[in-house]
Write a protein that binds this ligand. Structure first.
Ligand SMILES: Cc1cc2nc3c(=O)[nH]c(=O)nc-3n(C[C@H](O)[C@H](O)[C@H](O)COP(=O)(O)OP(=O)(O)OC[C@H]3O[C@@H](n4cnc5c(N)ncnc54)[C@H](O)[C@@H]3O)c2cc1C
Length: 466
């Protein structure tokens, strides 16, 4: 593989305008590092592109030599797909332009943007693009997998707000995909991940919003069952302006945590209300009534503060592992399992995250995009983080064990962006009834599976005409 990378380097050296970084060179070590510290790999070449021509040249050289190639935007792939050993990384971190048109409420987002760069640019015009909850996440990986966050119920998934993609495909052509240009590709790019090419620009729709009401509170152990039951029933018809996430966890030993809850199993509630604050008050009060009063807070917060408030909880370089799935309904047995899991949770750094999507995301038909399941409203994400490699085995096996206990109650399907790198068998499950269609698009645009470091959809060996 190193030989192939040398050939790529020789081929790119004369015409590449960005940076070509090789092991031992200044800046290489920083450039090779991705967010999940458990994935430490050493590519032979990092091609940090500055424009579409650089991306085309890198893909052409990679494809001619057959070198293993990863694509990197923000480097937040939980599975570690944005790096590789001995191959090439196409790094888009110098392509972070965002151009906002306040008149049409649209933006053009370059393929290497982080969520924070989009939020900063769009807020200058009082507009938002619905994306994820941590500002140092890459936009490209998030949008291509679907993209959920605080605004999903109100405005839909990130991919639902894309009007067109510009990408470089495996044969190094520049292709546009929208509802009128290559519509099958447009369908596949909305949820199908990095399988079809390197997206260099997203044309997206924006929405007016500058602040929200943010309410938070901790529910003590003995109140968690009624809380979950109420949340489950209430969210079925909740207003689109309300997003309510619940994390089951051990309460942190922080000053703002009431002393009697520190280190105890709790449900940590985070709610936002995007509408008129007065109209949301009763919903937020009802939810917070199940929390320990000293733990409750409620305030109007700017959209930029909302989007960055979780940044420090997910630092680069720690070791992360996740397992995820959907529930159509949280039946009593599932609630029992969740409570048992919480009672046995081994550390404050493992969380059982519960979110309810539905809302605007569920108003798009199942066959309109490649994105996994829109009909099962509840998403479970078991997420652990730690710093010592010696803790890998115990933490990973605890998360897998809880996942296996809950699995039978889950609806088949998974959100590809919440998958770890050890479950390739679940990619087909993620797309289930859309599988044949997505394979056909992959087979057309990437018949040799050049883009395979992703939640991979393998092509048929025979090229299909679309
Ligand atoms: C701290 C943290 C918070 C998160 N929060 C959310 C959240 O709120 N909502 C949510 O939906 N998800 C969330 N995620 C999951 C996130 O969507 C995925 O990890 C996503 O892959 C990150 O995108 P990235 O560009 O940073 O990833 P990268 O690691 O750079 O790439 C991930 C995948 O996308 C492909 N890719 C990247 N850029 C391009 C491109 N320009 N063209 C084509 N393919 C490309 C890569 O090939 C790779 O397969 C979070 C992840 C982390 C680590």
């Amino acid at each position: 593989m190193f030989e192939a990378s040398k050939d790529v380097y020789s081929s790119l050296r004369q015409r590449f305008k960005g940076d070509l970084l090789r092991p031992g060179e200044h800046g290489f070590d920083d450039a090779r590092t991705i967010w999940n510290g458990m994935v430490a790999r050493t590519p032979a070449l990092i091609a940090r592109c500055i424009d579409v021509t650089d991306v085309q040249n890198a893909i052409r050289a990679g494809s001619e030599t057959g070198v293993l190639t990863a694509v990197r935007c923000g480097g937040h792939s939980l599975a570690g797909f944005s790096t590789c050993d001995g191959g090439m990384v196409i790094d888009l971190s110098r392509m972070r332009q965002v151009t906002v048109d306040p008149e049409t409420q649209t933006a053009k987002i370059a393929g290497g943007c982080l969520l924070g760069s989009i939020d900063t640019a769009t807020q200058k015009a009082g507009l938002v693009f619905p994306s994820g909850v941590v500002s140092h996440t890459g936009a490209a990986g998030l949008i291509l997998g679907g993209g959920t966050g605080w605004l999903t119920r109100r405005f839909g998934l990130s991919c639902d707000n894309v009007e067109a993609f510009t990408l470089v495909t495996a044969d190094s052509s520049v292709v546009r995909a929208s509802s009128v240009e290559n519509p099958e590709l447009f369908w596949a790019l909305r949820g199908g991940g990095g399988n079809f090419g390197v997206v260099t620009e997203f044309d997206v729709r924006l929405h007016p919003l500058t602040s929200v009401v943010l309410a938070e509170g901790l529910t003590p152990k003995d109140q968690i069952r009624p809380l979950l039951e109420w949340w489950r029933d209430f969210m079925a018809d909740a207003p689109l302006d309300l997003k309510w996430n619940i994390d089951l966890r051990l309460a942190p030993h922080k000053e703002k945590t009431p002393a009697e809850l520190r280190g105890q199993p709790v449900a940590s509630n985070s709610l936002i209300w995007t509408g008129d604050p007065e109209a949301g008050r009763r919903y937020l009060q009802r939810a917070l009534s199940m929390c320990t009063p000293d733990s409750v807070s409620s305030r109007i917060t700017s959209f930029l503060d909302l989007q960055t408030m979780a940044d420090s909880e997910f630092p680069h370089g720690r070791r992360y592992y996740t397992k995820s799935g959907y529930f159509s309904y949280l039946d009593d047995r599932t609630v029992d399992h969740l409570l048992q899991a919480l009672a046995a949770i081994p550390s404050p750094e493992i969380q059982i995250e519960l979110a309810c999507l539905a809302g605007a995301a569920a108003r798009i038909g199942a066959s309109e995009t490649a994105f996994g399941d829109r009909s099962a409203p509840f998403i479970l994400n078991l997420l652990g983080s730690w710093s010592e490699p010696s803790a890998d085995g115990a933490n990973i096996s605890w998360i897998r064990g809880i996942f296996n206990e809950l699995r039978s109650a889950m609806k088949p399907g998974v959100y590809v962006n919440f998958m770890s790198g050890d479950e390739p068998d679940r990619v087909q499950e993620a797309y289930h009834e859309r599988w044949d269609r997505i394979v056909a698009v992959k087979s057309h645009y990437d018949p040799r599976n050049f883009f395979r470091l992703n939640q991979n959809v393998p092509p048929h060996t025979i090229r299909h005409d679309l």
